[in-house]
Design a protein around this ligand. Structure first.
Ligand code: SAM
Length: 341
């Protein structure tokens, strides 16, 4: 999965960011339109004010892709709170050079201030602020395991004939990290049950904790609680591939040309975040979370903004919050640093 997504030459996410949205392989909350970024921008202002308007405040994003979400957030902050815009430090966590270039081009149109790029969350400094991650964690490589006769095995990927044939191959679990995670799986799962273990997600939260970042973290992704994740209704796990708005579980086919992704196990994130010095201040379906955030503001626009513009915002609001579109399968989790840690 790591190679299929991030190999420098052949990975799905290598080179320059691909299109997301109607002409791409899938939609995200960002590709729905600028409303999502507007709402995060408003949340950022609220957090900054609640923290007592600190003089140093970082707005960071990881998985910024082509920079569109950061552009939408910054536009909102500049219109809504010039005081914060004047001191804001913008940081993009992006290891890929090709992505950095495109992000820089997108932001140049809306942001006159500096943009700093870093490789990973470990380099975030101990400042206050907000880190935004939309659909980051579902893009991390996972380990896939299957319940064999009485014990868990890792689903390895094997090649034959110089790659002409590629197939799953069950292997004994050798490393301690995976073994420890597998020991947490419910004992009564039946033989043949397949699931994913999100070792990389846990590692990311640990690294964030160690960085000393003092701010809040906005995590939005499609995901489940552990109980739902390991339910008998999901005997094949959640690993899927997406291409041209189609989706299936034949994840070893056409490697490098389709997105591979997995539901986030939010219980794992919650536990890792607590251990890393954060508390979870919100965790909800995206629909309910954004409705609470957006409703008063949308109502206040009536009469002030041209009807056509309100109509476009309402259509975006519906896509983001409708249970049948993105409202239920996506969840938002907000983390805040426990003071003094
Ligand atoms: C599903 S896309 C989401 C893009 C964008 N956030 C959105 O919602 O439209 C997943 C993104 O995660 C990025 N990504 C994965 N691992 C990353 C890492 N370690 N650092 C920065 N970005 C990463 C990929 O490059 C890709 O842009």
């Amino acid at each position: 999965m790591e190679k299929a997504l991030y190999d420098q030459s052949h990975g799905y996410y290598s080179g320059k960011p691909r299109r997301i949205g109607r002409t791409g392989d899938f939609y995200t909350a960002v590709s729905v339109g600028p409303l999502y970024g507007k709402l995060i921008g408003q949340q950022a202002v609220r957090l900054w004010e609640a923290a007592g308007k600190p003089g140093r405040w970082v707005l960071a994003e990881q998985a910024a892709h082509d920079g569109q979400l950061m552009a939408d957030i910054l536009s909102e902050i500049q219109v809504g709170c010039g005081e914060l815009a004047a001191l804001l430090e913008v940081v993009l966590i992006e290891p890929q050079v090709g992505y950095r270039e495109v992000q820089g081009d997108t932001l140049r149109d809306v942001w006159r201030g500096e943009v700093k790029w870093i490789d990973g969350v470990g380099e975030l400094e101990g400042t206050d602020g907000l880190l935004v991650c939309n659909e980051l964690l579902d893009a991390f490589a996972v380990r896939r395991v299957v319940k064999g006769e009485g014990q868990w095995m890792e689903c390895g990927v094997a090649l034959e004939g110089d790659g002409a044939s590629i197939f799953w191959e069950d292997r004994a679990i050798r490393d301690e990290e995976l073994r420890a995670e597998v020991e947490r799986l419910p004992e009564d799962l039946p033989e043949g049950f397949v699931t994913e273990v999100q070792v990389a997600v846990k590692g990311w939260v640990d690294q964030l904790g160690r960085s000393g970042f003092q701010g809040a973290v906005w995590l939005a992704d499609y995901g489940l609680d552990a109980e739902e994740y390991w339910s008998l209704e999901r005997p094949e796990g959640t690993l899927r591939r997406y291409w041209e708005h189609r989706m299936d579980d034949r994840v070893l086919e056409d490697l490098g040309n389709s997105d591979l992704t997995c539901h986030v196990n939010f219980t794992v994130v919650h536990e890792a975040a607590t251990a890393a010095g954060f508390r979870v201040t919100a965790y909800e379906d995206q629909g309910r979370f954004l409705t609470r955030l957006a409703a008063p503001w949308l109502r206040s626009l009536e009469g002030k903004v041209p009807m056509g513009e309100v109509g476009a915002l309402l259509r975006q609001f519906q896509s983001l919050t409708h249970p049948g579109i993105m409202g239920r399968s996506f969840r938002v989790m907000l983390l805040e640093r426990v003071a003094g840690l």
